[in-house]
Write a new protein. Structure first.
Length: 255
């Protein structure tokens, strides 16, 4: 099942059934205030304001995350990709609002992108982003051994060929989903964009719900999921290594 819903993520999230989502993998717009241009691609979304006052932005994120907490199953997870931003001479970390949500912060994973857009010389080049593993329950089952062995620093390059202004590579959602999903379930991305999470979810045999404000992005996602490119298939295959439901890939869960 592929269910792409058009509209505001907050309002659409309210319409989900409680305890219906197994796992969410998402990356919200970073509220970068229009920074970019010149040598680097300026992040401009088709239908999202990425220049909100910071307090309003953080309050929106807290509200959405708390709604999704209620919509997630008791043993469910949410993987939240974001970054430390440097604005007006100061650093803003996602910890500032994640600790104000109902979620347990299970782990902070560093995504080493291998390159970054710092050429001014005023800071060390920022080559990292963060993936926060949030859990609804304080305790959960053990991870598969292969997932444990990835460690807490994941190194893979960003997606460079996707026409969406801020995509992450298919490796990211595939790795997250495989770590916590031992059987088919429902995967959500409230910022669906070009459908990277949806593509990983469907290739792994899960149902997918995606929200976005842009019909243009939904159409991009729909075509991509229905007809994956050879590049997406190759990257997915390299990450997953074996068939999605082989004995090596759906791991025995510790009780």
């Amino acid at each position: 099942m592929i269910d792409l819903r058009l509209g505001d993520s907050l309002e659409l999230a309210k319409g989900l059934e409680n305890n219906s989502i197994d796992c969410t993998v998402t990356s919200p717009p970073y509220n970068k205030g229009g920074i970019g241009g010149g040598l680097f691609r300026k992040i401009e979304y088709a239908a999202f304001n990425d220049t909100l006052p910071e307090e309003e932005y953080q309050n929106q994120q807290i509200e959405l995350l708390n709604i999704l907490f209620d919509k997630t199953k008791e043993d469910g997870s949410l993987f939240y990709n974001h970054k430390v931003r440097y604005l007006e001479g100061n650093a803003i970390s996602p910890w500032e609002w994640l600790t104000k949500t109902d979620w347990y912060i299970r782990e902070e994973i560093i995504w080493n992108r291998g390159s970054g857009p710092e050429i001014s010389g005023y800071r060390f080049t920022q080559i990292d982003e963060r993936i926060y593993w949030l859990c609804k329950a304080s305790k959960r089952e053990k991870l598969p051994r292969r997932s444990v062995n990835y460690g807490s620093v994941w190194k893979f390059p960003p997606e460079m060929t996707n026409p969406h202004p801020a995509p992450y590579p298919i490796i990211l959602p595939a790795r997250c989903i495989q770590a916590v999903m031992g059987e088919p379930g429902v995967i959500l991305d409230p910022y669906s964009g070009s459908g990277t999470t949806g593509l990983a979810a469907t290739l792994l045999g899960h149902d997918y719900i995606g929200f976005d404000l842009s019909e243009e992005y939904h159409e991009m996602a729909r075509k991509r999921i229905e007809n994956p490119s050879s590049s997406d298939i190759r990257k997915f295959g390299l990450e997953c290594n074996v068939g999605a439901f082989s004995s090596m890939d759906v791991f025995t869960r510790a009780k």
